[in-house]
Design a binder for this molecule. Sequence first.
Ligand code: RIB
Length: 272
Amino acid sequence: MKVLDLGSLNIDYVYQVDRFVRPGETRSALSRRVGCGGKGLNQSVALARAGVETWHGGAIGPDGAFLAEELRRSGVDTRLLRTDPDQSTGHAVIQVDGAGQNCILIYPGTNAALTLEEGERALDLLSPEDVVLFQNETNLVGELMEAAARRGLRIAFNAAPMDGKVAAYPLEKVTWLFVNETEGALLSGEAEPRRAARLLRERYPRTQVVMTLGAEGSLWLSEAGEQFQPACKVEAVDTTGAGDTFTGFFLRGVLLGSPLPPLRLATVASAL
Ligand code: RIB
């Protein structure tokens, strides 16, 4: 069993700030670092470090070679990663404030350059027990979900970053749908998180709904019922990628088992 992550890869420019820039304002950052990111890459790294055989498919430009290196160092198979010589890699401009909160602006770059043909070719390499993982940072998500479902593959989908396209994806064919409370509210039309998660589960009865609730914890709604896991109390330094780590370790828990229940495993990993 393996997970194919047809996901985004970003160069993250992370600016430490005392507070976020407001409209019309110019401010100096306290520091800057450049690193690996993208919800897709982060989730592949989490999965591989959690012990799941992970393949990452997607595209980078020549400036993104170090992202592929990082994936390989973490144990991710990059045979399906394409380098487009004519485009730049996706990137993210991330402000992190003193409370560890962030705001993120992404430029898609090569993350918007996937083709249906390469996606389908990648899916053809999988076996029925494998899982395909998507986030909403690449093009053709809905089309490739359909292609994965036609092949009888299980689909995991992290609906981040949420936009107007998500509701039109074939979410009824998704096995695990990951949303945070804001995404859950937008998708369900219900602001109260628990009711929103239940509405999504009613709308997509074959889909397990995993909802993160920030500092409160997380919910998992499946045929086995409803589970709640309180968050770990930690001092937040930088929450960037915490949700991606949660997704990767949750999938490890449900796919391979673990001494901790999946929600608890994901919660501990994301807190770290
Ligand atoms: O989820 C965190 C990620 O979101 C960052 O790494 C950034 O690249 C954006 O995709």
